[in-house]
Design a protein. Structure first.
Length: 229
């Protein structure tokens, strides 16, 4: 899905805020933490690494225009909002998994010259899972993209929805969301892209934040029998 995000005003005060959580953001993907129910094998990890490498190789975004006046903004995944887990009846167990989601990779590029605004494009690779307690073959996930001043706070934050459609007999799907035009105005030509960060994350509940912070994890294809978390 192609989308755009225009930052119309960059004031010192933020009009909205991220959830109250530490920004353990990481380049290139969600990364991190311990692993819970479902367990990973060496073969699965190797296959995932190969897939991520192949995806990244084809996702080096090139934006038209002259050589940049400075570095691009940092584009990161907020660790505490990198994964989405929904359980039936708030029971954290493999047979109670309804839907899962994970931001697996990011790829971005930017262009700006003189005192022009910074134009950023980013591709976000999502992996979605449907568990044994799922009620439908489709699920709408909400995620956000926030532009921050690295010294001041949130400048703008916008929400988007991506729909996962699970074909019959398939409990795992992947999709790429394209944010094609994140436009960040600058006060003057002396303001470089290094002054800004772009954060990405799921719209998560406090329970999901705690789940992520504690390093718990169910694989996205959590439909297979597994021990309770």
């Amino acid at each position: 899905m192609r989308r755009s995000l225009l930052i119309a005003y960059l004031g010192l005060a933020a009009w909205t805020a991220l959830p109250s959580m530490p920004a353990f953001a990481q380049y290139g993907g969600a990364g991190g933490g311990g692993r819970g129910g479902g367990g990973d094998t060496a073969a699965e990890d190797a296959a995932k690494a190969k897939r991520d490498e192949e995806w990244s190789a084809g996702q080096k975004l090139q934006l038209p225009g002259a050589k940049n006046a400075g570095p691009c903004p940092y584009v990161k995944v907020l660790y505490d909002a990198a994964r989405y887990q929904e359980f039936a009846g708030d029971r954290v167990a493999s047979d109670a998994v309804k839907y899962t989601g994970e931001i697996q990779s990011l790829s971005s590029g930017c262009v700006y010259t003189g005192a022009q605004p910074i134009h950023v494009a980013t591709d976000i690779l999502f992996a979605f899972g449907r568990g044994p307690a799922a009620e439908s073959s489709t699920k709408d996930y909400t995620y956000w993209v926030a532009v921050t001043d690295r010294n001041q706070g949130i400048l703008d934050k916008q929400y988007f929805t991506v729909r996962a459609v699970f074909p019959a007999g398939q409990d795992r799907v992947m999709t790429t969301e394209k944010i094609e035009n994140i436009e960040i105005p600058r006060a003057n030509s002396g303001v470089s892209g290094a002054n800004f960060e772009i954060l990405v994350g799921f719209d998560v509940t406090p329970q999901m934040v705690d789940f992520n912070r504690n390093g718990k994890r169910f694989r996205a294809n959590a439909g297979a029998p597994a021990r309770s978390q």
